[in-house]
Design a binder for this molecule. Structure first.
Ligand code: ZN
Length: 338
């Protein structure tokens, strides 16, 4: 579909969705819209990144935070969002932002933006990242493609001089590695290209020191996102409980806090279901978030919260309005994309 046609459809749908959302607000109480993304990069870098759809453009995030304030949306923690969902009190609509996984740019790029706008942010940490036990193979692959003109992959030399070639190579190689052998492929790649795998990890991972500093600031709320970034629905209940409980305990122990919120890795219908929502509750969390699109309203189930993913592709305020009115959630349900 052409960009102009898409924009026209967005504008038309938005014009219809907004009055409907306002009527629903009067009947059901204020809307809550939960957003999630992974990484952020300055615009100049974002343009060049081989896997840029995994990032949000930091300048766009800055603009979006200013827009929300101008439109009277309250940006709140997950705890406050949950309190509003259960109290059903009248007032402004509310928005929560959460970062999943947590890379170094959470500390260096994203946290400073939220401080600048004086609004809170929830961090769902995969504890294997600051513990250095979860290989960040996609970040390491991307880094090598971004910073080199050619790389060795198996018997092949791949020339990646232009941004387009870097993006194409990233998607091709990442797709061929994805699965249980990703770690092995990445180790061989690092050896063949003279990459220090440990140094590469810490170039992209958030550290416990960075998390401790953020945890001391009331603007930042820490939640859990498993130990190994496992797809919870694929695990036996005992193994799923280990991922849920150990990630929370590790965060409590390293940061001296009580972690109350959880987010399911991947988060779509196939990745977490009713059994998993019950397990999150049994593990002692107060909420669990998915990546199913939609809004929250008074009385929403706390263990299957919808979140709207705003990685790279969504760089327009019109697209954000689609989430804020609930249009994307309704469209996803109609199209069966849950
Ligand atoms: Zn994740």
């Amino acid at each position: 579909m052409g960009a102009e046609l898409k924009l026209l459809l967005f504008a038309t749908a938005s014009a219809l969705a907004l009055p409907f959302a306002r009527v629903t607000d009067r009947a059901l109480g204020p809307r809550g819209c939960l957003f999630t993304f992974h990484r952020a990069a300055p615009s100049e870098l974002w343009e060049k990144l081989p896997n840029r759809n995994f990032y949000i453009d930091a300048a766009f995030l800055d603009k979006f935070l200013a827009y929300l304030a101008a439109q009277n949306w309250d940006v709140v923690t997950m705890s406050e969002a949950q309190r509003r969902m259960s109290s059903g009190e009248r007032g402004n609509g509310y928005v929560n932002f959460s970062i999943d996984d947590c890379y170094r740019d959470t500390y260096e790029v994203i946290a400073p933006l939220f401080r600048k706008h004086k609004v809170p942010l929830t961090l769902f940490v995969t504890t294997g990242i600051p513990d250095g036990t979860l290989p960040l193979w996609s970040s390491g692959l991307e880094d090598a493609l971004l910073n080199r003109d050619r790389v060795r992959v198996g018997d092949e030399t791949v020339v990646v001089e232009s941004s387009e070639a870097k993006r194409a190579a990233y998607h091709r190689i990442a797709a061929s590695w994805d699965g249980s052998d990703a770690e092995k492929h990445y180790a061989a790649f690092c050896a063949a290209n003279g990459i220090d795998i440990e140094a590469m990890h810490w170039k992209h991972a958030i550290s416990w020191e960075m998390l401790a500093e953020l945890a001391r600031d009331p603007l930042f709320e820490i939640g859990a996102h498993t130990v190994t970034h496992a797809r919870i629905s694929s695990l036996e209940p005992e193994a799923a409980m280990v991922e849920l409980e150990q990630s929370r305990e590790r965060l409590n122990e390293r940061l001296g806090i009580q972690v109350e919120h959880f987010a399911f890795p991947y988060g779509r219908a196939f990745d977490c279901g009713p059994r998993d929502f019950a397990l999150a509750q049994r593990a002692g969390f107060r909420s669990a978030s998915t990546t199913r699109k939609g809004l929250v309203r008074r009385g929403h189930d706390a263990f299957s919260l919808p979140r709207n993913t705003i990685n790279g592709g969504h760089r327009s305020l019109a697209a954000m309005e689609m989430h804020l009115t609930g249009f994307t959630g309704t469209a996803a349900r109609v199209l069966g994309r849950v």
